[in-house]
Structure formats: structure tokens, C-alpha cells
Design a protein around this ligand. Structure first.
Ligand code: DO4
Ligand code: MG
Length: 300
């Protein structure tokens, strides 16, 4: 069962569920967290509550693609794990050593270390949903999407659901100096999540999800990559346990679990590109790329 939000024909923000037959049903809950809260109050799981709610209702007569979708949850914070897949470790080594293949750096250390790399990626105001515009930075010449599985958490760190996320990143800024990581990761519209949240209880094996990323330019496919969450070095609970350690996190926090797909080293995103991230059992998160007007620092 997948949960999403859209704007209905009267302009109302509506929560809805999509079942395994792709039938979609509006729900009477304000948002995803309200649904989870009501399920808890009634002593049932979110899946049971949704099944009860849609029992005698008719499905929407449209498709997901035709709806005006919104971000499935206004996550107060989006955190991210890094260097959780070999592919990411190798790409980070490449950019940190000015393009050496097979170089060894501190990224090897973090890949093997007990403590994972975790960083703050985004906030609700910086995060966009399906079909929203992702902005590339004006001061970077090497920018790529990072397709990642996202965990939707409650404030105790329980995994409520799974979504797709794009940890848009600047390889040149990150490679120049690891202390620049926040600038390589966080800016306006640098993160997207969606299109849906798959209820955790309806995912049989979150370690066997197929992730595909495609980038189109002027109608032509420039990049296509595929990987699987079975290649993840760590466990989801392990990442969450470090996130919540001595920390405060909020209901609806999203934790991105790291990238397993990196475009070829010579590739950088451009204005007008279209990025599609597909995760099996979740769906396709699609976003256009926009280059905003170049900003130069001025000192008066
Ligand atoms: O160390 C930098 C971040 C790496 C990252 O975002 C990833 O592996 O997905
Ligand atoms: Mg990442």
C-alpha cells in the first residue's frame, strides 16, 4: 500500500492510498502522520486502517501521472547517510584525489568504520516533491543526482515507510575539501522526495529493492544506471540508531540511505535535464533541473 498527496479538482490537498492493483482512494486523514497517529489510537496498523477506510469507497477514475502530486510528507528534516555503497566510496575517492582511479582516502575509512557518515541534507522549505524543479548551484561545474532509498521515521526512529529521494550533490565542491560538505549538499531546492510513501509493513524485503536512475536531455537519454539495495553495506536500523543517538528527531523525518548509482565522471547536470529515479515497490520520482541566475559574492 502506497500513500501520497495530491491537489484535487477543488484545489484541496488530499491524502490518498494506492493499492497493489494501482487503484487509488482518497483518505479522510490530514496527512501521513495523522494516518499513523489514528492507527495507533485505534490499536491497528496503518495498513489495516487504510484497508478499513477504503473498504466501501470507489477508486479515483484517473492515473497517478494525471494527478497534481505534492511532496508525500513535509519532512521537518531530511538527513542522509553517505558512502554506504562501494560505488559511492569509489566516486568520492575519485573526486577527492583530483581524478585518480583506485586511490585510497578517508572515504575508505568511513566505508569500513563502525560509525556511518550521517549529515543533515534538507529541511521542509528546501525539499520538493514529484515534478517540482530541482535547482543546480550557480557556483559548481560538476553536479549530479544521487538516487537513494529514503526511510520515513517517527520521533523514536521507527521506520514507518519508504520513499525515493534525490540527494542532489556538487562533486567539485565536495572533492575540493570535505569541510565544504554542507555547501555541496544543502541549498534551495536541492532535495526531492516521493512520489509516494510505501507503508513499511507492506515491503517484504527492503534489502532487495531495484533502483534505477535515468537522465534525459533534449529528449535523449544521457545516463541510465541500475543498482539494488542488496548492495548496501549497512543495515537500516544501524543507520537510524546513529541518527537518534543523543539527538532529537521529529515525526516524519526522512533518512536517505546513500547512493548506489553515480553517473559517468564526465557528466554534469544542465538546465532543462529531466531526472527520473525509480525504486521498485515505490514508483518513479521525476524532477526537471533548473539553473538559476548566477550569483556573485559582493562585498561592500
Ligand atoms: O561523503 C559524502 C556524501 C556521500 C553521499 O551522499 C552518498 O554516498 O550518498
Ligand atoms: Mg547521497
Amino acid at each position: 500500500m502506497r500513500i501520497f498527496r495530491y491537489i484535487d479538482e477543488n484545489g484541496n490537498i488530499t491524502l490518498a492510498a494506492m493499492n497493489d492493483q494501482n487503484h487509488m482512494f482518497p483518505l479522510a486523514y490530514r496527512d501521513f502522520l495523522h494516518l499513523v497517529e489514528e492507527a495507533e489510537k485505534q490499536g491497528v496498523t496503518p495498513l489495516t486502517l487504510v484497508q478499513q477506510s477504503i473498504q466501501n469507497t470507489s477508486p479515483l477514475e484517473t492515473s497517478l501521472e494525471q494527478l497534481q502530486l505534492l511532496v508525500p510528507i513535509e519532512a521537518p528534516e531530511v538527513w542522509a547517510a553517505g558512502v554506504t555503497y562501494e560505488r559511492s566510496r569509489d566516486a568520492r575517492n575519485y573526486e577527492a584525489t583530483g581524478g585518480k582511479l583506485d586511490a585510497k582516502t578517508f572515504y575508505d575509512k568511513v566505508y569500513d568504520a563502525e560509525r556511518p557518515e550521517l549529515f543533515m541534507k534538507s529541511t521542509a522549505a528546501r525539499t520538493i516533491g514529484p515534478d517540482g524543479e530541482l535547482y543546480i548551484r550557480s557556483d559548481s561545474n560538476w553536479q549530479i543526482p544521487e538516487p537513494e532509498l529514503g526511510l520515513v521515521l517517527n520521533k523514536e526512529g521507527k521506520i514507518l515507510g519508504y520513499t525515493a529521494g534525490n540527494d542532489l550533490s556538487c562533486r567539485d565542491i565536495e572533492g575540493e575539501n570535505p569541510l565544504y560538505l554542507p555547501q555541496a549538499k544543502i541549498w534551495k531546492n536541492s532535495c526531492s522526495i516521493g512520489p509516494v510513501i510505501r507503508l513499511a509493513e507492506t515491503v517484504q524485503d527492503p534489502y532487495s529493492l531495484q533502483i534505477t536512475c535515468k537522465i534525459h536531455r533534449n529528449g535523449e537519454k544521457m545516463v541510465e544506471g541500475t543498482a539494488n539495495t542488496s548492495q548496501l553495506k549497512r543495515k537500516y536500523d544501524e543507520l537510524v540508531s546513529y541518527l537518534i543517538r543523543d539527538n532529537i528527531i521529529f515525526d516524519g523525518t526522512v533518512l536517505l540511505t546513500g547512493t548506489c548509482i553515480v553517473p559517468p565522471n564526465e557528466f554534469t547536470l544542465q538546465d532543462g535535464d529531466q531526472v527520473e529515479i525509480e525504486i521498485s515497490e515505490i514508483g518513479v520520482l521525476s524532477n526537471p533541473i533548473r539553473q538559476r541566475v548566477k550569483q556573485t559574492a559582493s562585498v561592500s
